[in-house]
Design a protein around this ligand. Structure first.
Ligand SMILES: [Zn+2]
Length: 107
């Protein structure tokens, strides 16, 4: 385990699962723990606005945006978070282990 190495490489080439991202936005992978704040996240093609990856600008309570999971319709835990990027948002939904992407522009 070397938590330092991934700081340089970001998460390129590695896919984070929702269940591996905690309420502080810390992602636990096979390389160790890494806060996603300030890191570049690869954005799904259909949400890209001219950039393949966007920086995580803030980690906020998911309840500011939604109260229910858009995938399984469960109520979000109060600890649920949203990663706010330049134009994309990502909620790592613990209820169904889904990465819920949305776009600020789409609402
Ligand atoms: Zn769900």
């Amino acid at each position: 385990m070397n938590g330092d190495k991934i700081e340089v490489d970001g998460i390129k080439g590695l896919v984070a699962a929702a269940k591996d991202i905690d309420k502080d936005g810390v992602w636990t992978s096979k390389y160790g723990k890494m806060s996603l704040l300030g890191k570049e996240m690869p954005v799904p093609k259909n949400l890209q606005r001219g950039k393949e990856a966007e920086e995580v600008l803030a980690i906020l309570p998911a309840s500011l945006y939604v109260t229910k999971c858009t995938c399984c319709k469960a109520d979000f835990d109060k600890d649920a978070i949203v990663l706010v990027m330049e134009s994309a948002r990502l909620i790592p939904a613990q209820c169904c282990n889904m990465m819920l992407w949305s776009s600020e522009i789409d609402g």
